[in-house]
Design a protein around this ligand. Structure first.
Ligand SMILES: [Zn+2]
Length: 253
């Protein structure tokens, strides 16, 4: 019989399983993404209290017996981000952040920096107004922590820098970064980036550790272009559309 393991974790999703159980997807600090079964979670409210609700920060105790589902022995609430479920706007954003964490993390792959970024992202959303700056920063840093860092400072093909290089630059999904006007001519899989959007993304990349709220001074178009390029890049990398992305549009600021 293996010994139980414990780790800080964030509840990404949970759903009913059979009459009385729940399946829960977690992002953990020391075991990457895990899916587990919580026996009797629907029947006994006492055992798991509210600790299996999405966006909760918990201490997870589990048994890892097979390569599939882990057996959830206990789940203790560490922090509830209460405001994340208070309005539709916050729910839409928190659902987007957790879906991104779900698709860009790997099962049983320890990545404490990625875990810390997702935890900080939910804490930031809980305490602040939602914004495209927060979304784009969350996306870009998560891409970099999961090994998909896009190249933003010069053309991925000819190495030309974008500063002082007039014309329409684009973000290429296939090349994983920006392309100069010449190298992106006739390309269809690209997202346009104005000079202001290029600068916005460079500033996002520079911000390290703190959500760069000062970047809200960038024009709305630049922030939106940056977010859309990153969203399309993420969807290209995972090969599917994110379910929660369309709901963000209703609340974009
Ligand atoms: Zn080029």
């Amino acid at each position: 019989m293996p010994a139980p393991l414990t780790t800080p974790a964030i509840v990404l999703r949970s759903w009913s399983f059979g009459e009385s159980d729940k399946i829960v997807s977690f992002l953990t600090e020391s075991h990457g993404k895990l899916r587990g079964i919580a026996k009797g979670a629907k029947r006994s409210r006492k055992r798991f209290a509210n600790s299996l609700e999405p966006f909760s920060l918990v201490n997870l105790r589990f048994l890892d017996r097979t390569a599939g589902l882990v057996f959830i022995q206990g789940c203790e609430l560490v922090q509830v981000f209460k405001r994340l479920t208070a309005t539709l706007d916050k729910i839409a954003h928190a659902s987007y952040f957790t879906e991104l964490a779900d698709v860009l993390s790997n099962e049983r792959d320890e990545n404490p920096a990625l875990f810390a970024h997702v935890r900080n992202g939910l804490a930031f959303l809980d305490a602040n107004e939602t914004s495209e700056v927060a979304i784009a920063y969350f996306e870009l840093k998560l891409l970099s922590l999961s090994g998909y860092q896009p190249g933003l400072d010069h053309c991925r093909r000819c190495r030309a820098g974008w500063r002082g290089n007039a014309g329409r630059w684009n973000f290429s999904l296939r090349d994983g970064g920006v392309l100069c006007p010449g190298c992106s001519a006739f390309r269809r899989e690209v997202a346009p980036l104005s000079p202001s959007a290029l600068e916005f993304m460079e500033e996002l990349e520079r911000a390290n550790g703190e959500f760069p709220v000062h970047l809200s001074s960038f024009p709305a178009d630049a922030r939106r272009e940056g977010h859309l390029a990153l969203l399309r890049f993420i969807q290209y990398q995972i090969g599917k559309e994110l379910k929660s992305a369309p709901f963000l549009d209703a609340f974009s600021t």
